[in-house]
Design a binder for this molecule. Structure first.
Ligand SMILES: Nc1ncnc2c1ncn2[C@@H]1O[C@H](COP(=O)(O)OP(=O)(O)OP(=O)(O)O)[C@@H](O)[C@H]1O
Ligand SMILES: [Mg+2]
Length: 460
């Protein structure tokens, strides 16, 4: 059932709305002022927000901003009294789905809500790329309806049409390989081969012949002629994964092939014309490699015609529930176990985790949880998550070395961490109240909670 958050200070109106929405099949939550609205928003999974503009303790605009900051895809409908139209129009410009002038007929409101929900559903369906792809070439689903992911997919669709080289950038586990496949599958080349080669996984001296093939007797061990990946990808796409690991001498040869659309097999003399679309990926900073003279600048420009940055999971936390559910279903099916929901606390834990390993880390956590869980829900104990201290130096020890700035930075991290935990304990985990006490913005507090990997669960 979809949940609607009503933020309205007039109790009578709130009750009336709540009843009408329940009768229409929605679950409702009520917050009586802006502050409570923002807190409720951060602590529950909300599908739509219906907020008054004028509210005690923070306005409807503040609620809208908080919603956009943390749940960008959740539609917000603003209820406005006579005389507040200009603010309502501003709200729509700032991302509200629509506004509705008071007084209104409940039916009119229901229609607006249904429209907003329908738009939301369409976005989700569009993004979970067509089922047919999953059947062909086992194209996996790309899950996520955060604005940032929708934007990336929009770019993928556009660039897929031509032959432009695409460079996929992003941290490990963000889905670069998935997007490489999407570029191919959404392109007119989809009926020809997509050939993947991981430049880091093949010994340097063999990579050239893997890419371009070799003639019989070209080198010791070349007993037969071999066709390389580029020729296999003719009329299709080649995915050069971990391109940052390619040796500089081979980079020169690759550049020539890309510029001339012609290759020569190792030990061969004939020029073989090819028609291949190149998608490359890296999670290493190519700019730094260029500075260190480990990556050719000219090749970088040749590959980076269309850069696509795949966002980290930290930048799109609102996608976490859908991705988690997708993997729960997947592993339940694979292990022939029943499909269990996440408990509220387990979900909170997932939402607060820093996910340095991105979607892959989340996928692994769910796989482990599916094995471990023996209750009827997945609980925090089933989720064995890496703590920040395993991935970063402990914040409990200040190394007395480096610059004064570095030392004081380390010290301030320890104090901030302790203080935030203390205040969160005091507010029973209510983050917006904690932000007020700490006199920082809600967003700053959330960033710090993530940064320090402070889990609610440990506080109560
Ligand atoms: N949006 C997504 N929806 C569903 N599954 C995803 C999504 N993004 C990534 N995955 C899954 O997460 C795992 C890691 O993705 P992938 O291998 O594409 O990452 P990567 O960016 O290539 O990582 P690396 O840099 O370490 O090679 C895969 O199993 C992939 O199917
Ligand atoms: Mg990869």
């Amino acid at each position: 059932m979809e949940t609607i958050l009503i933020v309205e200070d007039q109790e009578g109106l709130a009750k009336m709305l709540s009843q009408a929405l329940r009768e229409a099949g929605y679950h409702t939550l009520w917050a009586k002022d802006g502050r409570e609205g923002i807190a409720t928003l951060s602590e529950n999974r909300i599908d739509l927000i219906l907020t008054d503009l004028k509210l005690p303790h923070k306005s409807g605009m503040d609620v809208l901003q908080a919603a956009k900051a943390h749940h960008a895809a959740t539609p917000v409908i603003i209820m406005t009294a006579h005389g507040n139209f200009s603010i309502a129009v501003k709200a729509v410009k700032e991302g509200a789905f629509d506004f509705i002038p008071k007084p209104f007929e409940p039916d009119h409101l229901l229609l607006q809500i249904e429209k907003a929900m329908e738009k939301q559903r369409l976005l989700t369906e569009n993004f979970i790329l067509k089922e047919t792809f999953s059947a062909q070439l086992s194209f996996p689903k790309i899950i996520g309806k955060s604005q940032i992911m929708l934007d990336v997919l929009e770019q993928v669709k556009k660039v897929a049409q031509g032959k432009t080289s695409v460079l996929l950038l992003g941290e490990s586990g963000t889905g670069k390989e998935l997007f490489a496949r999407a570029v191919h599958m959404l392109s007119p080349r989809k009926d020809n081969n997509l050939v993947t080669i991981n430049c880091a996984a093949i010994p340097h001296d063999l990579l050239e012949s893997e890419l371009f093939g070799h003639e019989k007797g070209a080198f010791t061990g070349a007993g037969t002629k071999k066709i390389g990946k580029f020729e296999l990808a003719d009329k299709g796409t080649i995915f050069l994964d971990e391109i940052g690991d390619m040796e500089i001498s081979l980079q020169a040869k690759l550049l020539r092939v890309l510029e001339e659309d012609v290759l020569m097999r190792v030990g061969g003399t004939s020029r073989v014309p090819i028609d291949v679309r190149v998608v490359a990926a890296t999670n290493r900073g190519l700019n730094k490699l260029i500075e260190e003279k480990k990556f050719r600048e000219d090749l970088y420009y040749r590959l980076n015609v269309f850069p696509l940055s795949i966002p980290s999971l930290r930048e799109r936390t609102e996608d976490i529930p859908a991705i988690a559910e997708h993997f729960i279903e997947f592993y339940a099916r694979e292990m022939k176990k029943e499909n269990k929901p996440l408990s509220k606390k387990a979900m909170d834990l997932l939402m607060d985790h820093p996910w340095t390993g991105n979607v892959r880390e989340l996928q692994n956590a769910i796989e482990r949880a599916t094995i471990l869980s023996d209750g009827d829900q997945i609980c925090p104990d089933d989720l064995v998550l890496r703590t920040r201290s395993e991935t970063r130096p402990s914040i409990n020890s200040i190394p007395l070395e480096g610059s004064l700035h570095e030392v004081s930075d380390a010290a301030s991290r320890i104090v901030e961490n302790k203080m935030i935990k203390k205040v969160l304990r005091q507010t029973a985990g209510n983050k917006s109240r904690a932000a007020e006490i700490l006199q920082v913005s809600y967003k700053t507090l959330l960033t710090k909670i993530k940064d320090y990997a402070i889990e609610n669960q440990k506080l109560v």
